[in-house]
Design a protein around this ligand. Structure first.
Ligand code: NAP
Length: 281
């Protein structure tokens, strides 16, 4: 079997066109504030992509690049100012922050209404409860990819490898809400291969090249590769041994072009949702 490709790039482009059309109908242009502290190279690329996505979607982008020695007080003052601004519907602070800045008070300072990354405890609680205001971008993008392909997690055994607050845990919750039976694996899981072999839908979100090899994948499984690693040649790759696993899987996401573009599209979708919500109040 050679797997069908779950084409995140194509679906994200379609979603962005729809968001652009919806944004244009609103009385006021939606606005997203993006805060970057310091000069982390990868973060700068992510922020540039977000600025471009906003432009593609007809969303105003307010881009704040603060010096690496910004104090917590200065950062919180900016967040407070953005919380109060009418033209800002969504606020995100690009992670990771420089080592001297604690993440928790910053994420908790963003108004839950404007928390389009869904990292505020109030929004995480809503995700847990099953009435999310904003879907977490990466897991939400995966749900959309599966839906587009007509893959229904209900009744399936889903195995999520990785338990971070950003990907693994919310992914498991969204799959559970879609009536899957979910197993979550992590670095202390004794027999990862045995767990993965039980998966009808396998989501790898670790950050280790070739962690998931073909002998760990059930024939016909759907394989979602979240990770973004650089291999020895500097090429972007995921956790999954793509070529070999594609011979066994029914569907697979490529890296790049799978989950990454969907994460970006979901951020735009959440910003549109925030704008609609705030303009209806
Ligand atoms: P993270 O916070 O570092 O979490 C990694 C998880 O993997 C942890 O739960 C860890 O377990 C688990 N793990 C580590 N080694 C393992 C092993 N040998 N076997 C099984 N589990 C293992 O990473 P993250 O933020 O979730 O991101 C994961 C990957 O996805 C990264 O490559 C990141 O760049 C990528 N990512 C991509 C997107 C996208 O849009 N495509 C978005 C976000 C992240 P413990 O909890 O026990 O330590």
């Amino acid at each position: 079997m050679s797997a069908g490709i779950l084409d995140g790039k194509a679906l994200a482009a379609k979603m962005k066109e729809e968001i652009r059309a919806e944004s244009a109908k609103l009385p006021r242009q939606p606005g997203l504030a993006v805060i970057l502290v310091g000069d982390n190279g990868a973060s700068q690329v992510y922020v540039r992509n977000k600025v471009k996505d906003c432009s593609d979607c007809g969303i105003a982008c307010f881009d704040y690049h603060l010096p690496a020695d910004t104090s917590l007080e200065q950062l919180l003052t900016l967040v407070e100012e953005l919380n109060g601004r009418d033209d800002v519907d969504g606020i995100l602070c690009q992670l990771p922050l420089p080592a001297h800045l604690p993440q928790t008070p910053v994420l908790e300072a963003i108004s839950p209404d404007k928390d389009v990354d869904a990292f505020h405890p109030e929004n995480m609680g809503k995700i847990l409860r099953g009435d999310a205001r904003y879907l977490p971008c990466t897991p939400g993008g995966i749900v959309e990819l599966l839906r587009e392909q007509g893959i229904d997690p209900a009744g399936k055994h889903c195995v999520v490898v990785g338990r971070s607050n950003i990907v693994g845990k919310p992914m498991a919750l969204l799959l559970l809400q879609q009536n899957a039976t979910v197993t979550v694996c992590h670095s202390r899981t004794p027999d990862l291969k045995a767990e993965c072999l039980r998966a009808d839908i396998l989501v790898a979100a670790v950050g280790k090249e070739n962690l998931i090899t073909a002998d760990m994948v059930k024939e016909g499984a759907v394989v979602i590769d979240v990770a973004m690693n650089r291999n020895a040649a500097g090429k972007l790759c995921g956790d999954v041994d793509y070529t070999a696993v594609a011979e066994k899987a029914s569907y697979i996401t490529p890296v790049p072009g799978g989950v990454g573009p969907m994460t970006r599209a979901m951020l735009m979708a959440n910003t549109l949702t925030a704008a609609k919500y705030r303009q209806s109040k």
